[in-house]
Design a binder for this molecule. Structure first.
Ligand SMILES: CC(C)(COP(=O)(O)OP(=O)(O)OC[C@H]1O[C@@H](n2cnc3c(N)ncnc32)[C@H](O)[C@@H]1OP(=O)(O)O)[C@@H](O)C(=O)NCCC(=O)NCCS
Length: 183
């Protein structure tokens, strides 16, 4: 089904926010994560995340607004080579957190985070970690409001293969943030 772009003003959030379903990503959601092309360069990154999910390494969440489609996403890595970020039992790493612009500032990001944290507690994790670009002031404010603290810096250097299989290198100096979680 083709999904037409819609314009929704933030002040109308009472009309849609309660209809949003936060659920696990399924394979057929993947094209929608490209946001009509803006994130097509991350196609392989998302596909690899999906494959890792099938091996139990990731938990992938989307916010689904019926009749509109996927309007948000957040990925959780349960286990990684970076054991300080995700060690498979204590610390889990949050990344690729994104809400479509017209649906921001209505509480959806905070709600998605609550779902993530509740799920991690059920899995007996006790810490959530993330890296956020030092320039991303609104995200840092959100993370601090929901209980994250800055614990260090990260060079933010990583590489990925884009949709044309070209190697892309990213350098985005970041803060490492951590939140302890408990029942
Ligand atoms: C970061 C991001 C995921 C937050 O999502 P969001 O849905 O806008 O988050 P929320 O609505 O819960 O919170 C954002 C703001 O809206 C406010 N808000 C929450 N509910 C509200 C409501 N009902 N009415 C008005 N404002 C509200 C929050 O208090 C918060 O304010 P603050 O910026 O002063 O802290 C989103 O901005 C985004 O996708 N950004 C681009 C990608 C990105 O930077 N991701 C993070 C990478 S580490």
């Amino acid at each position: 089904m083709k999904i037409e772009p819609v314009r929704i003003h933030q002040t109308q959030s009472h009309l849609w926010i309660d209809k949003v379903i936060i659920r696990h990503l399924i394979f057929s959601d993947l094209p929608q994560l490209e946001w009509n092309g803006e994130y097509k360069h991350l196609r392989q990154v998302y596909l690899n995340a999906y494959k890792n999910r099938n091996q139990g390494k990731n938990v992938l969440w989307v916010a689904d607004l019926p009749q509109i489609g996927v309007i948000g996403q957040v990925f959780i890595q349960l286990n990684s080579v970076r054991k300080d970020l995700a060690d498979g039992f204590f610390s889990a790493y949050l990344y690729a957190f994104r809400i479509k612009p017209e649906f921001r500032n209505a509480g959806l990001g905070s709600r998605m985070y609550q779902v993530v944290e509740k799920d991690l507690l059920k899995r007996n994790f006790r810490e959530v970690t993330l890296n956020v670009a030092k320039t991303n002031e609104s995200a840092i404010r959100l993370y601090q409001r929901i209980g994250f603290e800055i614990v260090g810096t990260e060079p933010g250097e990583w590489s990925f293969r884009d949709h044309e299989n070209k190697l892309q290198n990213v350098v985005e100096p970041a803060w490492k943030m951590v939140k302890s979680i408990s029942q």
